[in-house]
Design a binder for this molecule. Sequence first.
Ligand code: AKB
Length: 314
Amino acid sequence: MKRILITGVHGQIGSELIEELQNRYGMENVVGVDIKERPSPTSGICEIVDVSHKTGIQNIIEKYNIDTVFHLASLLSVKGEKKPDLAWDVNMNGLKNILDLARDYTMKVFWPSSIAVFGPNSPKKNTPQSTVLDPNTMYGITKVAGELLCNYYFEKFAVDVRSVRYPGIISYKTEPGGGTTDYAVEIFLEAVKKKEYTCFVGPETRLPMMYMTDAIKAALDIMQAEVSQVKIRTSYNLTAVSFSVAELVIEIKKYIPEFTCHYAPDFRQNIANSWPQVIDDSEARQDWNWEHRYDLSSIVKDMLVKLSERLNYV
Ligand code: AKB
């Protein structure tokens, strides 16, 4: 990697990935773009660009001589249901623009897919790499189509595009926006601030999850793997832990005994119910030695310490 572009840089993953890449490759070699203004903590080169406008992205690639792209700009599952046309435009046309430019400028690409590719008829336990993909959200549909598009550009134009199906991602620096798994971050914020949280999915809801440190590690691991190790060019199943909301509450109460969680499931419950509870990521583990570091207890401990520091509750 020489000059790296991150799209969606001010989002949950982008805002942390940029710091890691700046540390490894130097501030001047990492360029972030987003449709939003830069929030104050992000430093380095950032520009405002809409990924669905190809010329805007092309100008950045030429200006900074980019050879690697982490294409993170996307609408997530809940926002995608509220704005399906925009989700299609940003998620599909944004990805196609990046893949076209990767072909024309010989760039390597990381693009995240999601457990949202699975749907009501996909197996819920130990969901295999290859199985029924019948998502019923616009977000999930763009991820399935996006995976096929990545594979097509790899086969047809030799674009070196690599992808993982992220589970819900838990982090304390930048809040997620517009996803179904957002409850697994909100619960920590409310536990620290109010000792109380009303969860929009029920206590038995179990989904695959991952700490941000591991999510960043996965992106860098797959990008650094030898070409021969990356055998799947749609997207790899990827996971760290699976837990129910009730199990998460028990773990949080070990540190905040007075914490109470109420439940008021809404339309997001149906989305969560359509996704796997536990997925099988053995191919990522075999092919490019994927290993997660954080389990439920280490995630909860670190989240509560870091959030309390960030919110000045210590
Ligand atoms: C969402 O909930 O929409 C995302 C995802 C699982 O891709 N966090």
